[in-house]
Design a binder for this molecule. Sequence first.
Ligand SMILES: N[C@@H]1[C@@H](O)[C@H](O)[C@@H](COP(=O)(O)O)O[C@@H]1O
Length: 264
Amino acid sequence: MDDVEVIITPTPEQTGTVGADAVEALFAAKPDAVLGIATGSSPVGIYDELGRRVTAGRVSLAGGSAFMLDEYVGLPAEHPERYRNVVERDFVAKVDLPTDRVHGPDGQAGDLAAACASYEAAMAAAGGVDLQILGVGSDGHIAFNEPGSSLASRTRIKTLTSQTRRDNARFFGDDVDAVPRHCLTQGIGTIMAARQLVLVATGRHKAEAVHQLVEGPISAMWPATILQMHPHATVVVDEAAASRLALASYYKETYAAKPEWQGL
Ligand SMILES: N[C@@H]1[C@@H](O)[C@H](O)[C@@H](COP(=O)(O)O)O[C@@H]1O
């Protein structure tokens, strides 16, 4: 595929359909696929649609496994916003992928550096991620790789920016002080090692990040711009998130004329 493929959907809901199509195609070709899963509101439409398709018997993830992108440091095991628990609610509960085959970095480990290294080793032992689902932060971060992150980074501890902590305060009763300061996150190099990337963004607050990601210069200041270097990356956005794209009409024409054989 080489070029970042941009798919602009008329409604935010349709981003979920397109994302689910990509996951369905993967599991049809490879029933034991390794799926990379993201938290946040953006991928929820994909998980909902996958849930409907699993219930309808159209796709099964039962033979697969999953790796999470990131995790807060220090949240207690039962905390509802611990990403492992979010993934349980938003994804695992809806599909047929066994919960014991969902892996995440251990944000409660005594030795956080060792937890990051063993997470990288677990991903490698599983054969690497086949398809990574991604969201994007309003500042262009992917996973928790904040602006300034090394474009070659691997799983490590990061300090969250105040922008991200403010963005995520809505999950913590609007109390920014309740949002952890640190996280463990797959690095940008880790994410780039996945064989396929599908990034979803909806809403006007993502428009600048989407513009930079697709059309800006590759820069650590907008970490998502690294997707321009990935051989198989698809960016699925609604009209609002696409509103700052200079070449929006071209992407629409390209998608409308997309050859059937190309797939996603
Ligand atoms: N670590 C997550 C990211 O993986 C996610 O992409 C981002 C955007 O979240 P949302 O999709 O809710 O806008 O939020 C968090 O910071």
